[in-house]
Unconditional design. Sequence first.
Length: 330
Amino acid sequence: MKTNNNAAITAIATYYPEDILTNKMLEEMVETSNEWILDRTGIKERRILKGEGNGVSAMAIPAVKKLIEENNISPEEIDLLICCTVTPDYVFPATANIISDKCGLKNAFSYDLNAACSGFVYGLYTASQFIESGTYKKIIVVGADKMSSIIDYTNRQTCIIFGDAAGAVLVEPCSEEFGIQDAEMGTDGSGFQYLHQKAGGSVLPPSAATVEQRLHYVHQEGKSVFKVAVTKVAESVETVMKRNNLNVNDVDWFVPHQANLRIIHAVNERIGFAPERVTINIDRFGNTTNATIPLCLDEWKSKIKKGDNVILATFGGGFTWGAIYLKWAI
Ligand code: UT7
């Protein structure tokens, strides 16, 4: 039955590995320096998931378990779990199925969603549609990536950026004055060449040659991605603000994807949010792809007040991008 409900984030939990990869350690691995990394990206350190046989679900499962346990939810109550990732445990089945099984979500329908770094925002928006339509009442969206599994640690252009982590949110119905108010999403597949993994899919299945040519790693043409990221993030944020008559002072929190501190600053130069209203933790986590936004929400949740205007914004391979405007419901 169609409802008048909005969809709200009602709980958040995260998991990140203990092992830290510092800029100093990267200096020993590739031709780089702490100063260059800090100056060009804002990153000081990132988390790396170690341990043989540990896939992305080794982080997503503890995040989802924590979400359920801390909020006294019975796993059987969960209707749907969406796992947003570019580093699934396996090509198939979906990592979401594995997470649901290990967390006891016996009644959940579950699937993976791949929109590169924009996956979490795409997943949250997708979940909101199931809530607003009245189809489901409790949805978990988990953003998780083990980027270290697809990073070439001999390539200084990519290995300094990425880290591993997972974050999960619970999405539930709420009254119309709270929750997701609007979203502006976009995709441009012509940008795929600038950020992708060349082999391992059906175009170039794994072979001795693809391994030898190091084609199973992230390929990024950083400068080209940077420019489009700044433009598309700024445009989508401006669009939701305009459509909802929000000026910069009406926005209590801007929660951007953490890809590069300079991208966040360039977007904000254009929009003008007060610096203390912008969540930044890229210095400690690097770019964790699908986990960046839930990591920020978890860290800032004690500061964000009920009714605060929050804008989430993202950009990723594809190209994919989006901005969600929501009124904090908890
Ligand atoms: O999250 C999904 C979307 N991804 C993004 O949004 C990432 C967007 N791009 C970026 O964040 C940046 O482009 C990077 C951090 C990847 C690179 O920064 P940049 O300022 O665009 O550097 P660049 O690639 O233009 O390279 C500038 C110079 C080059 O040397 P030359 O040709 O000027 O002599 C590079 O070889 O810096 C060199 N360089 C490095 N030097 C030290 C590249 N990587 C490194 C490094 N250490 N790690």
